[in-house]
Structures are given as structure tokens and as C-alpha cells.
Design a protein around this ligand. Sequence first.
Ligand code: RP5
Length: 161
Amino acid sequence: MTPPVGIIMGSQSDWATMKEAALILDQLGIAYETKIVSAHRTPDRLWDYGKSAVSRGLKVIIAGAGGAAHLPGMMASKTRVPVIGVPVLTKALSGVDSLYSILQMPKGFPVATMAIGAPGAANAGLMAAGILAVSDPDLGARLDAWRDALSASIPEEPQDD
Ligand code: RP5
């Protein structure tokens, strides 16, 4: 059975970042699949994944890529399943290349673009949870509890290191 969330990435090297999204989904009890789908190296795989996303029952796709990061945008062009884009940090341009590649979509094919790197991947997991929680009150309660726990963990005053 297809899980509600697909986490896709352009390369094995993206997994260190994208697993932050998986970790959040694990914490919230949301099932997901993980796939390497490269816009440039495996374009047919991208095409097939996007073409079958609705019929397979995917509800949200989290797509991470670095550099010339065309994966999230191309996936958004191929399916109406919401795509959350994660710009992966790059050595050459610090992920700004990834960010701009994902962010500046033409009108008609949006990608919900997160911050660069691991914080963006974690937020992608939370964004996916929020989307699914619209029609899943039990998940909504788990997400509320997760957010409350984070707030409660923040001290009111700074401490010396
Ligand atoms: C992109 O190229 C991938 O998303 C990855 O971030 C980047 C580098 O890929 P590798 O050369 O590490 O496989 O397609």
C-alpha cells in the first residue's frame, strides 16, 4: 500500500539532509517512502513517479535536490500532488543555487520551498504533517503536541555556556 508521503531526492548524497524530514515523519507516526529520483540522471524515473503519484495515492511529495535543483519543479509540473521543495546545501554556492532553482517557479506550477539544508528538510516534514492533518484530527493532535513540546523546551532566559 502506498504511504501518504513520498520523500524523493536527486542523489544518495542528499539523504543526509532529507532524513531530517523522515525523522519528523517518524516522530509523528506518518508513513512514507523514500526514492532517489534525479531530474537529470533518471528523467524517466521522475516522469513515472509524477505520472502515477495521484493514482498510487500519494498525498504530499517532499523533494530535495542540490545545485541545478530541477527535481521539485519538474515533479510539480507532472503531478497535482503538493510538492514541498528542499534546497540541499552545496559546497560551491552554499545552497543558494539550490534555493533559487527551486523557488522561482513560473505561475501555475507551485513548489512550497523550504529553507536551505537540514532545517528546511525538517520543516518539510512538519509542512507535510500540517497538510495531512487538515483531514486527520488524530494527526492534528499529535502535531499540536509536538509543537507544544518544542515550545516548552525553550528556556525563558539564556544561560552561560
Ligand atoms: C543533484 O546534484 C543532487 O540533488 C545532489 O544534491 C547534487 C550532487 O549529486 P551527487 O554528485 O552527489 O550525486 O542532482
